[in-house]
Design a protein around this ligand. Structure first.
Ligand SMILES: Nc1nc2c(ncn2[C@@H]2O[C@H](COP(=O)(O)OP(=O)(O)OP(=O)(O)O)[C@@H](O)[C@H]2O)c(=O)[nH]1
Ligand SMILES: [Mg+2]
Length: 313
């Protein structure tokens, strides 16, 4: 099998996977032929809340379905699904999930998030997709100099994927590593530089200041950098992710979200809560532990996956 068809197969598997992993029990609700009544509306409310899309949005959906039903416009579960889908789809404009790339010189992507969210793995995935699907020359920067094995972890991924890495020793100044990486990216003609950072809580002010410092260093070295500040959220934390996004967003001007570990949760609806409450676009979703387990976020496909049975695409 040639490289290209192999890549295509992996992508197909990933798409099928989204449907398999978003196993919310919303699907059992909209059975053909079922009539809408008060019990249906209550069950719909309960199931949508369990999918973790946020109480506010669930109330809006319930009201929309109830109003259409009372007005005699709809009468069965399939039509109710239509109303819900339409409202959810209207939340996701297609262009929002695209990565911003520099028109000239290296694009810099700064990646942040709390401990263990999935930052380094997501960087491996991003590097993979940029290199293999977008044909970019990629470099990663090991600015997590805090955790003992962090530099090695990133170096191992870089080696496996076949991208350059700039690293210093553990304990080095993360901003100094970023400085060197910017220099190297420019001199080696790199298209995309992805900067890994140590996990931190938004309440740790000195660590948030460190992120700002990294940001300022790359901004000084490369025009328009960072072109993206991606916050990695662990999907299994559900609504807590909304809180993290709000707090990181306030501190470092987050431009997009990578929602990791969506394969380990039935709380996929958190994407909708994030959209509703923060309006930061989800740009990628993580669906496993290998570099290929990534998908660019597509609202239409995502809403479809919430409702449809898994099937091959
Ligand atoms: N199932 C699954 N596991 C994931 C995914 N993304 C990351 N992981 C796992 O989550 C764990 C933490 O991932 P890391 O990428 O090291 O997280 P991190 O945010 O860099 O962690 P720190 O640098 O320690 O803050 C690892 O065991 C990963 O394999 C995903 O999309 N799905
Ligand atoms: Mg890490």
């Amino acid at each position: 099998m040639g490289f290209f068809s192999k890549t295509l197969d992996k992508l197909k598997t990933a798409l099928t996977k989204t449907k398999e992993v978003l196993t919310t029990d919303v699907r059992t609700l909209f059975v053909p032929g079922r009539s809408i009544d008060d019990a249906f509306l209550d069950e719909m409310e309960e199931k949508l809340i369990r999918a973790d899309m946020g109480v506010k949005r669930v109330q809006l959906l319930k009201t929309a379905v109830r109003d259409s039903w009372k007005a005699g416009k709809i009468k069965n579960a399939e039509q109710a699904e239509g109303v819900v889908r339409e409202q959810l789809l209207s939340l996701f404009p297609a262009e929002a999930s695209e990565l911003t790339l520099a028109s000239v010189g290296p694009t810099v992507i700064l990646v942040a998030g709390i401990n263990g969210a999935g930052k380094t793995t997501s960087i491996a995935k991003l590097a993979w997709i940029l290199k293999n699907q977008m044909n970019k020359r990629v470099m990663v920067c090991a600015s997590d100099t805090f955790r003992a094995a962090a530099v090695d972890q990133l170096a191992t991924w870089a080696d496996r994927i076949g991208v350059d890495i700039v690293k210093h020793k553990q304990g080095a100044d993360p901003a100094a590593v970023a400085y060197d990486a910017c220099e190297a990216a420019k001199s080696r003609g790199v298209d995309v530089l992805i900067v890994d950072t140590a996990g931190r809580l938004h309440t740790q002010q000195h660590l948030m200041a460190e992120l700002t410092k990294i940001r300022n260093v790359v901004a000084k070295k490369i025009d328009g950098a960072p072109h993206e500040v991606l916050l990695v959220l662990d999907a299994t934390t559900g609504q807590n992710g909304v809180l993290q996004a709000r707090n990181f967003g306030a501190a470092i001007d987050v431009s997009g979200i990578i929602l990791a570990k969506l394969d380990g949760t039935a709380k996929g609806g958190v994407v909708i809560a994030i959209k509703d409450q923060l309006d930061i676009p989800v740009k990628f979703i993580g669906l496993g532990e290998t570099p290929q387990d990534i998908e660019t976020f597509d609202g239409t496909r995502f809403v479809g996956a919430l409702f449809d049975e898994p099937k091959s695409v």
